[in-house]
Write a protein that binds this ligand. Structure first.
Ligand code: ATR
Length: 282
C-alpha cells in the first residue's frame, strides 16, 4: 500500500461498472517506479450522479481522472473545457484539473498510434481496414488519419450506423461485414474495433471467412481479454503479425498520467506496468 500524506495528489477513474478496471494498476505502478506522490482510485459513479460526482471531485481538488464506459461522451456536458482532439473524436477519457473545472482530453488515439509505432506498423499513405463502427472506432480513425492513412475501408454489421457516424469523413468507405470482397486485392493493416470475441465469447469473430484474412498483413485487435482473439488467430494463420489491445490501454494511460502530472513516464515504469498487467490478466 502506498503511503498517502497531505501532499499526495489524488487521481482516479470514473465508470459504471468499474470493478474490473486495470487503470489503477497502471497508474499506481508508474507512481511507485518513477517515485511520484500520486494515488489512483476507482470511483463507481451511477448515471444520475455523474454531474455531481465530477463537480464534487473538482471541488475536492482531484488532480485528474480517467473516464470509461459509459461516460466518455456524457462527461463532455459537465466539464468546463475540451481539447480539440477530444472534440474531433467526440469523446473524453481524461479529465485534468484546471482552476475553473476539469478540461477533457482523449488519449485513446495516442495509445493506438503509439502501439502501431512501437510495433513498426507504418500506415503513412497506405489504405487500411477497420472492422467496427462503435465508440472505440472514433479514436482509431483519428489515429490512423493523423498517421497519414490514405483510404479507410470500414466494415460494419450495420452500414447505416457506420455511415451515420463516419460517412462524412472523405477517407472512409463503408461496407457490410460480408462485403469484404469489395476491398481491392492487396495486403493491409487492419484494426479490429468491434466487441465481438471479447471474453467469454472467445470463439467469436466478426468475420470468419478465410478469404478476408488473405487481405491482412498486420492486425491490432483492441480487445485484450482474451489475449488472443479468434480474429487474431485467424489472421495469424494467414501469416499476419497480430497484436491485442493491451498496449493501447497501457499507452493511453501513460499519456493520461503525463497530462495529469506533467511527468513523462519512464521506460522502466512502462515495462513494469506491462509486466503487472500481463500477470493480472493471467
Ligand atoms: P459501442 O462501442 O458504441 O458501445 P457496441 O455495441 O459495443 O458499441 O459495438 C461496437 C461495435 O461492435 C459496432 O461496430 C457493432 O456493430 P453495429 O454498429 O452493427 O452494432 C459491433 N458489434 C457488436 N456486436 C456485434 C455482432 N454480434 N456482430 C457484428 N458486429 C457486432
Amino acid at each position: 500500500m502506498r503511503e498517502v500524506s497531505g501532499k499526495t495528489d489524488i487521481l482516479g477513474i470514473i465508470g459504471n461498472p468499474i470493478e474490473h478496471t486495470l487503470s489503477p494498476l497502471i497508474h499506481n505502478t508508474i507512481a511507485e517506479i518513477d517515485g511520484h506522490d500520486t494515488v489512483y482510485i476507482p470511483f463507481h459513479i451511477k448515471n444520475e450522479t455523474l454531474e455531481v460526482g465530477v463537480k464534487g471531485a473538482h471541488g475536492l481538488g482531484v488532480r485528474g481522472m480517467n473516464v470509461t464506459v459509459p461516460y466518455k461522451k456524457e462527461v463532455m456536458k459537465v466539464i468546463s473545457d475540451i481539447d480539440d482532439m477530444a472534440k474531433a473524436i467526440g469523446a473524453v477519457n481524461t479529465l485534468v484539473y484546471e482552476e475553473n473545472g476539469f478540461k477533457g482530453y482523449n488519449t485513446d488515439a495516442y495509445g493506438f498510434s503509439r502501439e502501431l509505432k512501437e510495433n513498426g506498423i507504418d500506415v503513412d499513405s497506405k489504405d487500411v481496414i477497420i472492422v467496427g463502427a462503435g465508440g472505440a472506432t472514433n479514436a482509431v480513425v483519428n489515429a490512423l488519419l493523423s498517421m497519414g492513412a490514405a483510404k479507410i475501408y470500414m466494415l460494419n454489421r450495420s452500414t447505416e450506423k457506420a455511415k451515420a457516424a463516419f460517412g462524412s469523413i472523405p477517407e472512409v468507405e463503408v461496407y457490410a461485414l460480408s462485403e469484404w470482397d469489395k476491398i481491392a486485392a492487396g495486403k493491409y493493416f487492419c484494426a479490429q474495433c468491434t466487441s465481438v470475441g471479447l471474453a467469454p465469447n472467445d470463439d467469436e469473430s466478426p468475420i470468419m471467412d478465410e478469404g478476408f484474412f488473405d487481405l491482412v498483413d498486420s492486425v491490432v485487435d483492441i480487445i485484450y481479454r482474451p489475449a488472443e482473439t479468434k480474429f487474431m488467430k485467424l489472421a495469424k494463420e494467414h501469416g499476419a503479425r497480430v497484436f491485442n489491445g493491451l498496449d493501447m490501454l497501457l499507452y493511453q494511460a501513460i499519456e493520461s498520467y503525463r497530462l495529469f502530472t506533467g511527468h513523462e513516464v519512464s521506460e522502466k515504469a512502462i515495462d513494469e506496468a506491462r509486466r503487472r498487467l500481463l500477470k493480472a490478466l493471467n
